[in-house]
Design a protein around this ligand. Sequence first.
Ligand code: NDP
Length: 248
Amino acid sequence: ATGELDRTVALVTGASSGIGAATAKTLAAAGASVALAARRADRLETLATAIEDNGGTALAIPTDVTDGTAVEEMIERTTEAFGGLDALVNNAGVMLPAPVERADPDDWRRMVEVNLLGTMNVTRAVLPALRAGDGGHVVALSSDAIQSPSARFGAYAATKAGVVAFADSLRAEVADDGVRVTVVEPGVTDTELPDQVTDEGTKADVETLVASMRALDGEDVAAAVRYALTRPAHVSVDRLTVRPTDAG
Ligand code: NDP
């Protein structure tokens, strides 16, 4: 094989759909061995088979990123299977927008637990393996929602702004070890993300918004992740914003 990521082992969280699935496929096509994490085991197995059928290397590791023990096991299984771990893509996330006054606090908690604490916990668990390797890379999915504020997205945007703050500090902390940190901030991307929205009026509005434009596909965002991972070791791609042209 002659892929740019031939010697890279990558772990992608939220790999069962959308941006995560597209990223896993893209990185595998570039030669990376990919570990696939999310809760839906059947989706991960189907994706792993598709990647293997395409000549790639993949391992499905069903994991809930909010479960600390499961996260530790996920890292162990990855390093055992592939002999190390070079890149983490913190992509698992939920988006549950609603007006502040009628928002369900359980939705707020879930977004903080998955988007923010999930990213923090998985990152912490992965760092020893990254430091042990030949330079490492942490990618985190934030969102253009923090640069382009819109009503009802405050709690979601707060978790994604938290991801940026965490990543920016981490970058300063691990640079001396040759570990790089990249934040990717997509605009509207056509995925299964709106399916989880619990506030019915908001769900319809989100679906209308996605349908109103030529939204990004998961592959468009995956290409940004690939770009960051394939720069030479001395180049740190700190933040990448990728938005639909139609969004203006
Ligand atoms: P999807 O809903 O298609 O994918 C979300 C992924 O996260 C799924 O694979 C889901 O898998 C996984 N996930 C959710 N909760 C957990 C959990 N507790 N543990 C492990 N995995 C979990 O949406 P997208 O592909 O759009 O979202 C990917 C990321 O991109 C998210 O962080 C999202 O916030 C971000 N983003 C998306 C944008 C968009 O417009 N779509 C714009 C900006 C950012 P499972 O349910 O199987 O666990």
